[in-house]
Ligand binder design. Sequence first.
Ligand code: NAP
Ligand code: HSE
Length: 320
Amino acid sequence: MTAKPLGIGILGLGTVGSAVGRAFADRQKRLDAAAGRTVRLLGAAVRDPKKARDAGGVPQTTDPFAILDDPAIGLVIEVIGGHQPAFDLQLAAFERGKHVVTANKEVVAKEWDTLHEAARLAHRELRFEAAVGGAVPVIRGLRELQAVRPQVLKGLLNGTTTYICSQLEQGVSFDDALAEAQQKGYAEADPTNDVDGFDAAYKLSILVSLLEGRHFRPEQVRRTSLRSIGPAEAAAAASRGMRLRYLAVADFGEKATKARVGPEEVPADSLEGRAGGPTNVISLESDMAATLVWSGPGAGGDATASAILADVIAIARGMR
Ligand code: NAP
Ligand code: HSE
């Protein structure tokens, strides 16, 4: 392989970052072949250096700038999550001429314009396939639909709430179902983001922004919490042949786009009704392309790492 190697650093080594670390350790040859050059994971920044991790043995530091200032690193994967310090660290990566790949839907949804502008000025790429849909390549999918007029985008964008809803149907309590989702690595560090709909609103904001080609802010999404739902409500819906799901909907009207996230009843035999666990479902109705549907694992370390690595490979292939 004669192309210049690409050095990679990760900020954050939790559920997602550790899965990326393991993937580099167990499929280096596959990644190099797909990237058309050697791609090497050189280091990771963490908060607690004493924490035991299964992250493929990547060297660790508690100083994110040790990663950002490393001249051998040309691409930074940000998987710390949340707004700050993630936002400043992404900007610092662009200022230092590095590409950025992130799974952080909050910072992308809130700082859409600033991050895209920073990437443009730096002549570097910002990629965030993992921020919506986990392993499901829905960002790529929507980018290929520039010619259509979107009508309705609908689906399940948050794995934790789908998991909770499907467990409520089995009679599991809300708190136990949430604890299971946390234990399985689906939930955000602060699960309020999942159950109160912030996470789904960030993701819907990103999808609408892609389809409209301009920033659709997360505050424009009407949010209803899942907290009022329990096994009794799930059983009542079932008695009507329905299921409760935490639905995200964007209606692209003639004058304005209306977007909402919250618990709604869906037919039990619909794609959304049949989805359990961390499954995401996204369907888009448009004028030219009828209805397109994407579905698959929307949360979890390995599923999310798959999308991150696809972004890494795409950037590496495009480098001269
Ligand atoms: P997580 O398990 O909470 O991991 C966060 C990591 O960031 C931890 O390793 C933590 O270090 C590190 N960290 C926090 N503050 C830091 C700082 N100031 N400097 C350096 N490192 C710092 O979170 P996660 O589930 O992996 O999620 C990461 C991102 O991916 C989030 O934006 C999330 O929304 C997104 N995402 C997650 C999933 C999923 O299924 N989990 C799916 C799609 C997208 P310590 O370990 O030392 O505390
Ligand atoms: N907490 C998120 C979810 C992770 O449950 O969908 C994936 O973005």
